[in-house]
Design a protein around this ligand. Structure first.
Ligand code: PMP
Length: 403
């Protein structure tokens, strides 16, 4: 779908046509996004919010329009609820610091799940160390789905926050976040959704989900790298303290006492990536132009087709096999033992197929699977069944060489 919009996809690797199946790590950029970056630097590059001069006002207007664009894309009430960050990791760290300062005391509890990315584990662990709080982990059922009943039992009067991925970056599966949010809210516990792997693949509506916080990365959504979003319900963001100090986040600075800016600026210290936000808005226009529902169905179909093809290779073990997947499929090759995923990935690479191998920044889940890592193929809107066919053919060849 729309492959011709992505110049990099015509690059050759090892003199072969590139099959890019590492979209969960980062996506390629369409020409409209590349053009937007070039346009920004060519026509309105000036620091925002501070200048009375023309270019600064144009740059500020674009940046604030981009904020409203993001708000519309994820269904937020207004741009006040959209904080621009450096990415999902930065968003979660900011939240862990800010929320932790205001809401977490010794003996309190934070809940994450077993299949989280390190970005949604370590910042909470660091908070727990700082505050002498306790990190609790929702276990998985045998089929690698989240154990919702176990989650219910984990909640206590000391639970302060739940943070969980919408889509697993390893398994590609959709977590039951509607149930998690409903159950947490019955106990008045707020929920943060890690949308790094969902926002590129499906329509997000934070109001419908009723999550309290939502985080995602622009670079996984066909937009520039170094940029992300922290959404928070306005009443939460109003009550939380800033995570970082500096320019723009202040109202007045005196050595005796500093007062803070209004939302969302209170959380945005320093010069933001205003060219990046302009290009992000172009990426969101591009995605909505295709339609997120169409993208979701296209990628679901690709993962289904991929799994069907993999099922025909006896040495391949797919994780969470048969479950609906949103963009990613993880597997290993076993003959007498698990063949190391690096070996499989290297042999695929030499045939022009870019996949991810290793622990995918989710070591607890990989340990739980009892393997050294997995091979992950992950799809973007521009992938087609022919990419799967070339990958499967290359995989069969690789297995032949490894056995
Ligand atoms: N959470 C999940 C589920 C992810 O897949 C990723 C990226 N692999 C992250 C968080 C971190 O995103 P970033 O590196 O863009 O900050």
């Amino acid at each position: 779908m729309n492959r011709a919009d992505f110049p990099i996809l015509s690059e050759k690797v090892y003199n072969r046509e590139l099959v890019y199946l590492d979209n969960a790590a980062t996506t390629q950029k369409p020409q409209v996004v590349l053009d937007a970056m070039m346009y920004g630097y060519t026509h309105f590059n000036a620091n925002i919010h501070r200048g009375v001069h023309y270019l600064s006002q144009v740059a500020t207007a674009h940046h604030e329009e981009a904020r409203e664009r993001v708000a519309r894309f994820i269904g937020a009430r207004s741009g006040k609820e959209i904080i621009f960050t450096k990415g999902t990791t930065d968003s979660i760290n900011m939240l862990a610091y800010s929320f932790g300062e205001a809401e977490v005391r010794e003996g309190d509890e934070i809940i994450v799940s077993y299949l989280e990315h390190h970005s949604n584990i370590v910042p909470w662990q660091m908070l727990c160390e700082r505050k002498k709080a306790i990190l609790k982990v929702i276990p998985l059922k045998e089929d690698l789905t989240i154990d919702v009943e176990a989650f219910r039992a984990l909640l206590s009067d000391r639970t302060r926050l739940v943070s969980i991925a919408q889509v697993s970056n390893v398994l590609g599966t959709l977590n039951p976040i509607e149930a998690i949010i409903r159950i947490a809210h019955e106990r008045h516990v707020p929920v943060c959704i890690d949308g790094a792997q969902s926002a590129p693949h499906m329509k997000i509506d934070v109001q419908e989900l009723d999550c309290d916080f939502f985080v995602c990365s622009a670079h996984k959504m066909y937009a520039p790298t170094g940029l992300g979003v922290l959404y928070g319900k306005e009443q939460w963001l109003q009550s939380l303290p800033p995570a970082e100090g500096g320019g723009e986040m202040i109202e007045h600075v005196r050595f005796e006492h500093t007062t803070y800016n209004t939302l969302p600026y209170k959380f945005e210290a320093g010069t933001p990536d205003f060219i990046g936000t302009y290009a992000l808005a172009a990426a969101l226009d591009y995605l909505d132009g295709i339609g997120m529902d169409k993208i979701r169905e296209h990628e679901r179909e690709l993962t289904r087709y991929c799994e069907e093809q993999l099922a025909g290779i006896p040495e391949v073990v797919v994780y969470a096999a048969g479950q609906d997947k949103y963009g990613a499929v993880s597997f290993n090759v076993r003959s007498e033992r698990v063949i190391h995923p690096f070996d499989v990935g290297t042999l695929l690479d030499h045939q022009g197929i870019a996949v991810r191998t290793g622990h995918h920044c989710a070591e607890p889940l990989i340990d739980y699977l009892g393997v050294p890592g997995t091979v992950r193929v992950s799809f973007g809107l521009y992938n087609e069944k022919e990419d799967v066919d070339r990958f499967v053919e290359a995989l069969k060849k690789a297995i032949g060489m490894l056995e």
